[in-house]
Design a protein around this ligand. Structure first.
Ligand code: SAH
Ligand code: DHB
Ligand code: MG
Length: 252
């Protein structure tokens, strides 16, 4: 049976509801970002046993869970598809999660080269890539990327259509220079983690942020590059991507 609510109590309840509603609308913290990411994944991304298995195997092997989010992986895939990228370079493989998203954008005959310093991570990635049935498209090179990149150049592997930079942040300016050397007019370069919870605006922040700041400066000082950056929030917190496209007059 419904109990009749005294007017005062009803008003209190109503106030509580208004506060709840208000706090919902004002809710801009990590919990909301994570919940919204979950909602968007569920709404737009079809469940994918191969990607789930890659995440599980990476976690089981003790890899840090610092891969792109599912929606970010899909963003990378869509960017590569939009660009009809046939040759993709990735710096920073981890367990191959972003690698799988990107490789799935490749047309027949396309190829992706991904660079990873850790033998252990590379072994996990290699198994994840095999499970995704992508081994024939992906060339995973183990070693410090700064040692591998000159080898790729010497082998005549460039130019790449799409380059994703996502390794140690201190070295990002060097990776960006190599990306330009391995580019052609029209190459798209995406760099992960350019915001780091806002630390990017702190000139005294740690070495990783310093690296990212120098990379942004070098983008700005390179003629013939057109670039932007977008902040992101989601299950990985507040961060962002820089996106540059190489123009006709950029140095290679
Ligand atoms: N792109 C991955 C995440 C990469 S995390 C994804 O989103 O799924 C960054 C990776 O860069 C780590 O696996 C780390 O081992 C690797 N890394 C760090 N220093 C490196 C170096 N000098 N050369 C190549 N890879 C490096
Ligand atoms: C972290 C996140 C990344 O995307 C990355 O490439 C490296 C580190 C992090 O959250 O620590
Ligand atoms: Mg990253």
């Amino acid at each position: 049976m419904k109990r009749k609510v005294a007017p005062y109590e009803a008003e209190k309840r109503c106030q509580a509801q208004v506060i709840l509603l208000h706090s919902w609308h004002m809710n801009t913290g990590q919990e909301t970002w994570t919940a919204v990411d979950g909602f968007l994944d569920q709404s737009l991304l079809t469940s994918d046993p191969v990607l789930d298995a890659a995440l599980e195997a990476s976690a089981a092997a003790g890899l840090p869970a610092i891969q792109v989010t599912p929606c970010q992986g899909k963003l990378l895939q869509i960017l590569a598809q939009l660009h009809r990228a046939r040759r993709i370079l990735e710096i920073g493989t981890l367990g191959g999660y972003s690698t799988i998203w990107l490789a799935r954008a490749l047309p027949p005959g396309g190829q992706l080269i991904t660079l990873e310093v850790s033998q252990k991570y590379a072994e996990v990635a290699s198994r994840n890539i095999a499970r995704a049935d992508l081994s024939s498209l992906i060339d995973l090179r183990v070693g410090p990327a700064l040692a591998t990149l000159p080898k790729l150049a010497a082998e005549g592997r460039g130019p790449f259509d799409f380059i994703f930079i996502d390794a140690d942040k201190e070295t990002t300016p060097d990776y960006f220079s190599w990306a330009l050397k391995l580019s052609r007019p029209g190459t798209v370069i995406v760099v992960d983690n350019v915001v780091r919870e806002g630390a990017i605006i702190d000139a005294g922040a740690h070495a990783g942020v310093q690296g990212t700041r120098r990379m942004l400066e070098s983008i700005a000082n390179t003629p013939g590059l057109s670039a932007t950056a977008v902040q992101t929030v989601g299950s990985k917190g507040h961060d962002g991507f820089a996106i540059a496209i190489v123009g006709a007059h950029a140095p290679h």
